[in-house]
Design a binder for this molecule. Structure first.
Ligand code: ADP
Length: 166
C-alpha cells in the first residue's frame, strides 16, 4: 500500500515555508494530499478555489502532490482518503501548544491517525501567511517569501481591492 500523508491548512496563501515542508515530506512519503481548509467563518483573502489553484500551479510537475479542499473534521477527511498520517509544520515556539492540542485531539478521535511534525529551514521559521499578507498590503516586497505565482495573485488582489474603493 502506498504511504500517503495529508498536509492540512488554510494556505491563505501558500508560502515558501509551506513549500519547504511539502518538499521535505515528499522525501519520506510516496504522495501528499494537500488539504485546503474551507472555513467560511475565518476571514480569508483568497477563496478555497484560488488557494488550491496556486498550490496546483506550484506543484504542476509533481503528480505525487494532490490538492483538495475539505471542511469539517480532519479525521473524517483522512478516513475518506485512506490516509493515516497528518503532516504539520512547526515554526518557532508559537505553534507548539496549538499543534500539540490538535494532534492529541485528532489521535483521540481516531487512534489510527498519527501526526508527523516537520521543521522548515531556519529562514522560514518566522514566516506565516498572515505576515505575508500584511507586508504585501503595506507595499513591502514578499519575493523571497512566496512562490512567484502567489506574488502575482497578491498583486492582483491588491489592485482589485484598490479598484473597488475608487
Ligand atoms: P492554519 O491556518 O491551520 O495555521 P496554515 O495554512 O497557516 O494553517 O499552515 C498549515 C500548516 O503549515 C501548519 O502546520 C503550520 O504550522 C505550517 N506552517 C505554516 N507556515 C509555516 C512555515 N513558515 N514553516 C513551517 N511550517 C509552516
Amino acid at each position: 500500500m502506498k504511504n500517503i500523508a495529508i498536509y492540512p491548512g488554510s494556505f491563505d496563501p501558500i508560502t515558501n515555508g509551506h513549500v519547504d515542508i511539502i518538499e521535505r515530506a515528499l522525501k519520506i512519503f510516496d504522495g501528499l494530499l494537500v488539504a485546503v481548509l474551507e472555513n467560511p467563518s475565518k476571514d480569508r483573502l483568497f477563496t478555497a478555489e484560488e488557494r488550491m489553484s496556486m498550490i496546483r500551479d506550484i506543484f504542476s510537475s509533481k503528480p505525487e502532490v494532490k490538492v483538495q479542499s475539505f471542511h469539517g473534521l480532519l479525521v473524517d477527511f483522512a478516513k475518506k482518503n485512506k490516509a493515516r498520517i497528518v503532516i504539520r509544520g512547526l515554526r518557532a515556539v508559537s505553534d507548539f501548544e496549538y499543534e500539540f492540542q490538535m494532534a492529541l485531539m485528532n489521535h483521540k478521535l481516531n487512534p489510527n491517525l498519527e501526526t508527523f511534525f516537520m521543521m522548515p529551514s531556519i529562514r522560514y521559521t518566522f514566516l506565516s501567511s498572515n505576515m505575508v499578507k500584511e507586508v504585501h498590503r503595506l507595499g513591502g516586497c514578499v519575493r523571497d517569501l512566496v512562490p512567484s505565482v502567489v506574488e502575482r495573485k497578491l498583486d492582483e488582489k491588491n489592485r482589485q481591492e484598490r479598484g473597488s474603493f475608487s
